[in-house]
Ligand binder design. Structure first.
Ligand code: IMP
Length: 432
């Protein structure tokens, strides 16, 4: 029963979509275990580029079954839109191929309004959320007053619950934040329509996944965001509200603990971050512009969900080692190696300094990175354009040295590197 987990090893946006797409070619089921439409996974297949927020990236393989796990928070409008986009591209999105956990929670316009009101109220201390209602939806889940997909199966009861939810949210919106109230009647009507459309897809995904694994099928668990945005392990409070690390695959899919064949961490060859919070290896001006791109290409460093320019910096191996540890990563997939071409000197963060002290690992996890200055190793760059290369032996020596240095710092092998957004722009790394 091959069970694989793919997670982001950084602050999200590592290029998981294209790596999941690559692995999903051999998977029977791809199941997403956390987050909501704060995520944006880009997959390029031939002429088509899909930007998926909720449906697992593996769904672009016509035979793979896609599941949305109980650990997710789902905005039904986004989901229905995405189903439409995939259908328009000729993919079958039937209730046989798409399954949504009955226990996944719903995101409503009240959650979005609360997210935005809370961010405004935080002022300068805002978290830089995506404004998609993620935090308030998980808050309602933990407070045991959330709406679940299962509620959509009982139209009369659902209407009442939805109305009560909007009224309760209105009290918070108005009372705490002085924000506009929402009109319950209109939202109940809207969500009843979504319920009718989504009901056929609602299933016991936990049981289906268990059966799939028992019958020897390959299941790939797809995480959203990245390790450093994990609610417990990340750079709290500048995190998202779900478990983004590998253990979340078990709780977020309703699976009992079982052996995992591979836990793949996806990391860029550099570092990016959207939203607020400390970022020790952050760079600015020319190098930043060089790493970020201009925004002209879909793979430039601008948010898939928000369009915000991402903060960029050098690869931080202190944080990478942390990600290896808290996820139990068995291997790395390194993305965007092609972007480093043309830089004369490359830097990798290998440690931190604070006053006279040097650290090779974090003294107290990544919660407060603000006291630290990075310690860098410098490596020679390369000039060659890598985008057309497909084999390890073709890579410039400096690029191979860069990859070997990352392996050494992380303590696990890099199994593949991407040299462009297309499906075939992947190079298998030869074992060291
Ligand atoms: P939220 O998930 O919208 O509550 O946002 C919390 C933090 O996580 C903010 O810093 C967001 O920018 C960040 N974030 C959420 N989802 C993603 C993602 O998919 N990629 C990168 N950052 C994300």
């Amino acid at each position: 029963m091959p069970f694989q987990i793919i997670v982001g090893a950084q602050w999200g946006d590592e290029g998981k979509g294209r790596i999941v797409d690559w692995y999903a070619a051999g998977a029977d089921v791809v199941a997403r275990f956390n987050g909501g439409d704060n995520a944006g996974h880009t997959v390029t297949v031939g002429e088509q580029t899909f930007k998926l927020h909720l449906i697992p990236s593996g769904a672009v393989h016509p035979k793979t079954i896609a599941m949305l796990g109980n650990g997710m928070v789902i905005n039904p409008a986004t989901l229905l839109g995405e189903m439409g986009v995939l259908r328009a591209a000729g993919l079958e999105i039937s209730s046989e191929r798409l399954k949504i956990s009955y226990a996944a929670h719903l995101i409503t316009p009240a959650h979005k309004a609360l997210d935005q009101a809370q961010e405004r109220a935080r002022g300068k201390a805002s978290l830089g959320t995506t404004g998609r209602g993620i935090g308030p939806a998980y808050t309602d889940k933990a407070a045991r007053r959330g709406l679940r997909m299962q509620d959509m199966l009982d139209p009369a009861g659902f209407g009442e619950k939805m109305e009560a939810h909007i009224e309760e949210a209105n009290r918070r919106l108005k009372g705490l934040y002085g924000a506009d109230e929402l009109i319950p009647r209109l939202l109940v009507q809207e969500y009843r329509e979504y319920a009718e459309l989504l009901a056929p897809y609602i299933a016991d995904t936990s049981s289906l996944l268990d059966q799939a694994l028992d019958s020897g099928q390959t299941v790939m668990a797809e995480g959203a965001q990245g390790t450093l945005l994990d609610l417990d392990q990340g750079t709290y409070p500048f995190v998202t509200s779900s478990t983004t690390t590998a253990a979340g695959a078990f709780t977020g899919l309703g699976l009992g603990i079982r052996p995992v064949e591979q836990i793949i961490g996806v990391t860029k060859c550099f570092q990016t971050r959207v939203g607020s919070g400390p970022f020790p290896t952050e760079v600015f001006e020319t190098t930043a512009e060089r790493l970020r791109g201009t925004g002209a290409n879909p793979w430039d460093e601008f948010g898939t969900t928000t369009g915000r320019p991402r903060r960029v910096g050098w690869l931080d191996c202190v944080l990478l080692r942390f990600a290896v540890r808290v996820n139990g990563l068995t291997e790395l997939a390194l993305t965007k190696l092609d972007i480093l071409s043309g830089l004369n000197t490359l830097r990798i963060g290998i440690g931190y300094r604070s006053g006279d002290q040097e650290y090779s690992q974090l003294p107290l996890g990544p919660a407060d990175l603000s006291p630290f200055q990075p310690v860098y190793a410098e490596l020679p760059g390369w000039q060659a354009d890598l985008r057309g290369l497909r084999r390890w032996a073709e890579l410039p020596e400096a690029a191979q040295t860069f990859i070997r240095s990352v392996e050494k710092m992380a303590g696990i092998p890099v199994k593949m590197v991407s040299v462009g957004p297309e499906r075939e722009q992947i190079i298998r790394v030869e074992p060291a």
